[in-house]
Ligand binder design. Structure first.
Ligand code: C2E
Ligand code: MG
Ligand code: MG
Length: 527
């Protein structure tokens, strides 16, 4: 057999074209598309050959032999490349779903149909996978991508002919539904949520996902496509804020609050530069001895127009925007520095703790342990004197990772406190499994203890349980002397609350530390 370079290169080109078609087929996840691309490539190549033959020989036909083969392959390859390029423009690489370009075109068309009265309405359902970052960070990006593909397939299985599913990017998907009103759009969202609530198996590990869905419906078709998408996005954020794993329909008030939120976000970004953030401290008291055994650092914002803002008004926003990371680090450093300086001045604080709240996002930072250790070094505070407070929700987001992070923090000798106990999962097995040092009973139970028998029983039981597990107990939210007396009678070790002393500024803390406290008496007046 003679070696024929033309035939060989034709063969190579054919293999490349075939490989390309296979890659496209996988990406489109539809064998019909693969067949279509394959036959399109071959027909264009044949057409090219016919034209070539017409030009070179004066008669249309199919020249055979190696050169003809080579031309056929080159034509096929060119066609596959063009289709590949077009697909790249319109399809998402991970899931094979159409992308934003396609959505905007289809949405504009759907709105036109509504406007002309050919459809009753159209709805944009914007889905965001809850806690996707946790899955991605803990299982790796490959499995994260696999999860997105499974979500895409389940969504596709739920929609009717004519509706489309699009991946917007990240963990966001859009389902565009035609001929709907608000209530049928909400029902569709329920169906999607149900389909996604079944566990997903990724490499023999079961993962549970939920989605938050924002719905925007147009029944007039007058809105521009971007507006409808923005409304769905606002509604989705509302769903997230209200606790995730739910759907919300857009209403006009969301637009107004979004503007206010945007302003608050801009102000918060500036607040750090303008030194508008500062700390208040609330004493934690030994209920037996009446000594101040610790101080909880609580963030405040001196807003230039709105006055003092409490953390509830801006911490959720700081979490959402990621601003909590630099803010949280500043709080940690400032609180440690302040405590160290107080310890130098007040020997009674030598073994006292400064308590600092950690948010979920901070807890997930890969360099958290390193940052804590560096701050302790910089400020000279002994690790034994730092207590990090985390809520159950923060701790339970990923049990395995949590155990490892907490163990590393404990290895630094930092104290770990479970904040607001009783309001989250209250998982008793985790109480034992996580290396926490103390537990703070949520103020909602303590504050209502004197009026609600059940609350008193809950506080009493948590106190007993924690002590049996050799955990220290701090009762938060002591507002009345009766509550203080009850807690004391149960042997509860530590307390914090407005009756003893509300969160207060640095100067008042110093006045408290310099004065003498009579056991059973409030420490200071509210700020
Ligand atoms: P928390 O960590 O549970 O802090 C205790 C909250 O209860 C404080 O509210 C405190 O002022 C309030 N409190 C204490 N005693 C009483 C009482 O007797 N009655 C009533 N009604 N309230 C009492 P604050 O300062 O508004 O903080 C609210 C939450 O904001 C904190 O709850 C904490 O979760 C969060 N937070 C505060 N500072 C920070 C921070 O620096 N970083 C992070 N991530 N979160 C913070
Ligand atoms: Mg706290
Ligand atoms: Mg608390």
């Amino acid at each position: 057999m003679t070696f024929n370079p033309a035939a060989l290169s034709a063969l190579v080109l054919l293999f490349i074209a075939l490989g390309w078609s296979y890659a496209l087929l996988r990406r489109l996840r539809d064998w019909r598309a693969g067949v279509l691309i394959g036959s399109l490539s071959v027909s264009v190549a044949l057409l090219g050959l016919a034209v070539w033959s017409l030009v070179t020989t004066g008669a249309p036909g199919l020249p055979v032999g190696p050169t003809g083969l080579q031309q056929l392959a080159a034509g096929g390859l060119a066609m596959a490349a063009i289709i590949h390029f077009k697909v790249a423009l319109h399809r998402d690489a991970i899931t094979g779903l159409p992308n934003r370009n396609v959505l905007m075109r289809r949405l504009a068309r759907a709105l036109r149909r509504v406007h002309r009265g050919r459809s009753t309405g159209c709805a944009v359902l914007l889905l965001d996978v809850d806690r996707f970052k946790v899955v991605n960070d803990s299982l790796g990006h490959k499995l994260g991508d696999e999860l997105l593909s499974v979500v895409a397939r389940r969504l596709l299985a739920c929609v009717r002919k004519g509706d489309i599913v699009v991946r917007l990017g990240g963990d966001e998907f859009v389902v565009l539904i035609q001929s709907v009103d608000r209530s049928s759009a909400a029902r569709a969202a329920e169906r999607l949520q149900e389909a996604l609530s079944r566990p997903i198996t990724l490499k023999s590990q079961e993962v549970f996902t939920t989605v938050s869905i924002g719905i925007a419906v147009s029944t007039s078709g007058e809105e521009p496509p971007e507006t409808l998408l923005r409304e769905a996005d606002l509604a989705m954020h509302r769903a997230k804020m209200l606790g995730k794993s739910r759907h919300e329909l857009f209403d006009i008030s969301m637009g107004e609050s979004a503007t206010a939120r945007l302003k608050l976000e801009t102000d918060l970004r500036r607040a750090t530069e303008r030194h508008e953030l500062y700390l208040h401290y609330q004493p934690i008291v030994s209920l037996r001895e009446g000594r101040v055994v610790g101080l909880e650092a609580l963030l405040r914002w001196r807003h230039s127009e709105r006055g003092m803002l409490s953390p509830g008004m801006f911490i959720p926003l700081a979490e959402e925007t990621g601003l909590i990371i630099p803010i949280g680090l500043w709080v940690l450093e400032e609180a440690c520095r302040q405590m160290r300086s107080w310890q130098d001045r007040y020997p009674t604080l030598e073994r006292a703790l400064i308590h600092v709240n950690l948010s979920g996002q901070q807890f997930m930072q890969p360099d958290l342990v390193e940052q804590v250790s560096r701050i302790l070094e910089r400020t000279g505070l002994s690790p034994n004197c730092l207590g990090l407070e985390m809520t159950e929700t923060v701790m339970m987001s990923d049990a395995q990772q949590t155990t490892s992070i907490l163990a590393q923090l404990r290895a630094l000798k930092v104290q770990l406190q479970l904040d607001d106990f009783g309001t989250g999962y209250s998982s008793l097995s985790y109480l034992h499994r996580f290396p926490i040092t103390s537990l703070k009973i949520d103020r909602s139970f303590v504050m209502a203890m004197h009026s609600k028998q059940e609350h008193a029983k809950i506080v009493r039981s948590i106190n007993t349980l924690a002590r049996d597990l050799q955990l220290e107990v701090i009762a938060e939210g002591i507002e009345r002397v009766e509550q203080l007396e009850l807690l004391r009678s149960w042997g509860c070790q530590f307390g914090q609350g407005n009756y003893l002393c509300a969160a207060t500024d640095q100067q008042t803390v110093e006045e408290i530390l310099e004065g003498e406290w009579v056991p059973g008496q409030p420490l200071a007046v509210a700020n």
